[in-house]
Design a protein around this ligand. Structure first.
Ligand SMILES: Cc1cc2nc3c(=O)[nH]c(=O)nc-3n(C[C@H](O)[C@H](O)[C@H](O)COP(=O)(O)O)c2cc1C
Length: 223
């Protein structure tokens, strides 16, 4: 049995998956268990839409046409990052991007190759299952945080079940399309996607392991 620490320490964002289906019952089991996530007032302020097989193929076909006709993306419904991100965070982001491109054999200044790598997001990096998370527009920061707890539970339960994930805000670049494709009601906001499947352990991109700061950087024990 996978321990919590084993699941946490072995979870990574996986960006190349095997062409191997995930049984629908397993997806339902993972989400049922993940929904034990806490939420303030037990509001359970989350919605999950899942594409597999036919819907997965239809979405990937559709999104290809959107990428071709509108490569810069649609209106953003929320900011992925603050516009005035301090250096501390920009540096971490750059280091992560640089490590990722290095693992893929892409030179950091090769914009075309980077764009090709970015586009793999919109194919779930080859994963056979795509999960999409949305929340009611009237919910606040507090509830968005709780949605994140559900997502983290899914990613850890995936590990326990021999699966892998990559969370993907990239899908929110095409929020209008996703809203329409998933038939989300007007009062809903599309948050992000998650690729789910079996890791391709031979893929160089999956060898990249991100760093973390020492806890002394962000933890204060108060006397
Ligand atoms: C909400 C969320 C959205 C993300 N969106 C993307 C994405 O669109 N594409 C991608 O390749 N990685 C995405 N990531 C993965 C992060 O880059 C990754 O979690 C971070 O670099 C730490 O690496 P690790 O997950 O391997 O530990 C996302 C992560 C989170 C939490």
């Amino acid at each position: 049995m996978t321990t919590v620490s084993e699941a946490i320490l072995s979870r990574r964002s996986i960006r190349s998956f095997l062409d191997k289906p995930v049984p629908p019952d397993l997806i339902s089991k993972i989400i049922t268990q993940a929904a034990r996530a806490p939420s303030g007032g037990n509001l359970q302020p989350w919605y999950v839409d899942i594409v597999t097989e036919d819907s997965h193929k239809r979405l990937l076909d559709l999104i290809q046409t959107k990428i071709a006709s509108n490569p810069t993306g649609e209106t953003k419904h929320y900011d992925f990052y603050p516009s005035d991100l301090p250096d501390k965070y920009t540096n971490r982001r750059r280091a992560t991007g640089a490590g990722l491109y290095e693992a893929m054999g892409i030179a950091y200044d090769d914009k075309e190759a980077r764009w090709d790598a970015m586009k793999l997001n919109w194919a779930f990096f080859g994963a056979p299952v795509g999960l999409f998370f949305s929340i009611d527009k009237f919910m606040g920061k507090n509830q968005w945080c709780h949605l994140g707890m559900l997502m983290q539970n899914i990613s850890l339960l995936a590990i326990e079940n021999g699966l892998a994930t990559c969370m993907q805000e990239a899908w929110a670049v095409y929020s209008d399309t996703m809203h329409e494709f998933l038939n989300l009601p007007e009062e809903r906001i599309f948050y992000c996607g998650m690729a789910l499947g079996y890791e391709d352990k031979n893929a160089p991109v999956n060898k990249f392991i991100t760093k973390r700061e020492n806890i002394t950087e962000f933890v204060s024990f108060i006397d």
